[in-house]
Ligand binder design. Structure first.
Ligand SMILES: [Zn+2]
Length: 197
C-alpha cells in the first residue's frame, strides 16, 4: 500500500473544489499537513460538524444549521421587504453589503427552456405562497443580468401581478468603473437607467 495513498486521495478530492485545481490543491494539502494543529485538526472537526448539521432553510432556501434560518426567524428582518435571489451565494453577497434589511427567497436557479427547468423545479411556488402568507409589501428581484435571470424576473413579475410592489436592481456603471472598459450592453443599460443629479 502506498504510504501517501490517503494524502493523494485528499489532494484529488480538494482539487474538485471550485477555484482549486490539482496544483493549488497540492499546495493547500501540504500547507494543512504542516499546520496540523493550527489548521488541519480544527478544519477536520468543522467539516465533520458542518457535514452533520448543514441544511437548507425550509422557508427561504438559505443554508444554515437549523430548519429555519436566522434571517427568517429574526423579527428585525420582517419589514415587509423580500429579496429574491438565484443562489445562496447571492444571498450571502447581499448580506455582506448590509444594504438590505428584509428577508430573502432563494430560487435555486433560473428558468431555462434549454435545461428543462420550469417554475416547479425552482422555489417559485413557495415564493408565491410566502407572499400570500407573510406580510410582504415589496419584492426586490435581485437576479443576475443574464438572459435566463431576466426571463425569470419577468415570469415572477407576471405571476405576482399587482399584489405587491416589485423592483429590480439597477444595472449600469460599477463603482470605480471606467466607461472605456465596460461592454456595450452595460453602457446601454446604464444610459437607459440614467437619473437626475
Ligand atoms: Zn430562511
Amino acid at each position: 500500500m502506498s504510504s501517501t495513498r490517503d494524502i493523494d486521495a485528499l489532494i484529488e478530492m480538494m482539487a474538485k473544489l471550485p477555484g482549486l485545481g490539482p496544483r493549488s490543491s497540492r499546495r493547500a494539502v501540504l500547507h494543512l499537513i504542516r499546520k496540523r494543529a493550527l489548521l488541519l485538526h480544527p478544519l477536520a472537526d468543522l467539516m465533520q460538524s458542518v457535514a452533520r448539521t448543514a441544511r437548507e432553510c425550509l422557508n427561504c432556501g438559505n443554508v444554515g444549521t437549523a430548519d429555519i434560518c436566522d434571517i427568517c426567524t429574526s423579527n428585525k428582518r420582517s419589514n415587509g421587504e423580500l429579496c429574491v435571489v438565484e443562489d445562496v451565494s447571492d444571498l450571502w453577497a447581499m448580506e455582506r453589503t448590509g444594504a438590505f434589511k428584509g428577508r430573502y427567497h432563494v430560487l435555486g436557479g433560473t428558468l431555462s427552456a434549454l435545461d428543462a427547468i420550469g417554475p416547479d423545479e425552482l422555489r417559485i411556488p413557495k415564493l408565491i405562497d410566502r407572499i400570500a402568507t407573510e406580510d410582504i409589501t415589496e419584492v426586490v428581484l435581485a437576479l443576475n443580468a443574464t438572459v435566463d435571470g431576466q426571463t425569470t424576473a419577468h415570469y415572477i413579475a407576471d405571476q405576482l401581478g399587482e399584489t405587491v410592489q416589485i423592483s429590480t436592481l439597477a444595472q449600469g456603471v460599477p463603482i470605480g468603473g471606467e466607461l472605456d472598459y465596460l461592454d456595450d450592453g452595460t453602457i446601454a443599460a446604464a444610459f437607459k437607467a440614467r437619473k437626475k443629479i
